[in-house]
Design a protein around this ligand. Structure first.
Ligand SMILES: [Zn+2]
Ligand SMILES: [Zn+2]
Length: 213
């Protein structure tokens, strides 16, 4: 029986996610509590076909509808830097993902579940829509409220943004799958930490205290 460290708190354990083990990757959890903590994010990346190699999920219908509704929405009053470069989500997709402007709605629908289309372009459309969504929310968030920004978007949207900061989307290294699973745990804790009641949360303890010896 393999042993490892809990992906949330680094405690040594022999308990791992059974679905991910079937996919050939070991994701350890010390307790049902820490498994549940990551589940809002891990459910997208759990098990055969998703976990190994790590695969970004298609857009949910709600995400897809929201994106299409906001294709022509300009950035909010707090846009600056990179956010400001694109004036709409559509422009963002055209600039950053190289999508032709005339087919953006069909691209989004193509990347919406239940999609039977596999492959990197579909995966990257979903990624880019989530990054655009984060930028839209960011552009409507005043500087004074930026500490709470991660909690204003869903865990998957925030994780996608964090992965973008690390510039991992063009990599194909053999360590990438393990790295992204660990990054998902870190981004979930960081998002928990951005919730205003952070000081009392367990995420605070996990982020601030050293890992179990
Ligand atoms: Zn743990
Ligand atoms: Zn799993």
């Amino acid at each position: 029986m393999p042993a490892g460290r809990c992906i949330i708190c680094a405690a040594e354990t022999k308990t791992r996610c059974s679905s991910c083990a079937k996919a050939g990757v070991d994701i350890f959890f010390c307790s049902p509590k820490h498994q549940k903590l990551l589940w809002p994010l891990h459910r997208f990346f759990c098990g055969p076909g998703k976990a190994n190699p790590f695969k970004w999920p298609a857009l949910s219908r709600a995400e897809s509808r929201h994106a299409i509704d906001n294709l022509d929405t300009p950035p909010g009053p707090h846009a600056k830097g990179r956010t400001c470069r694109a004036s709409t989500i559509m422009e963002h997709l055209r600039d950053e993902a190289g999508l032709p402007a005339h087919c953006h709605v069909s691209q989004i629908l193509h990347a919406t579940e239940p999609t039977h289309v596999q492959g990197r372009p579909v995966e990257m459309t979903a990624v880019n829509i989530r990054i655009a969504e984060y930028r839209l929310v960011r552009s409507n968030t005043a500087d004074a409220d930026l500490l709470t920004l991660p909690s204003l978007v869903p865990p998957l949207t925030y994780f996608t943004q964090v992965a973008d900061v690390f510039g991992v989307f063009d990599l194909s290294a053999d360590w990438l799958t393990g790295f992204l699973h660990r990054l998902s745990a870190v981004s979930l804790l960081a998002r928990q930490a951005s919730i205003p009641s952070f000081e009392e949360s367990e995420a605070a303890l996990l982020l601030l205290l050293p890992a179990h010896a």
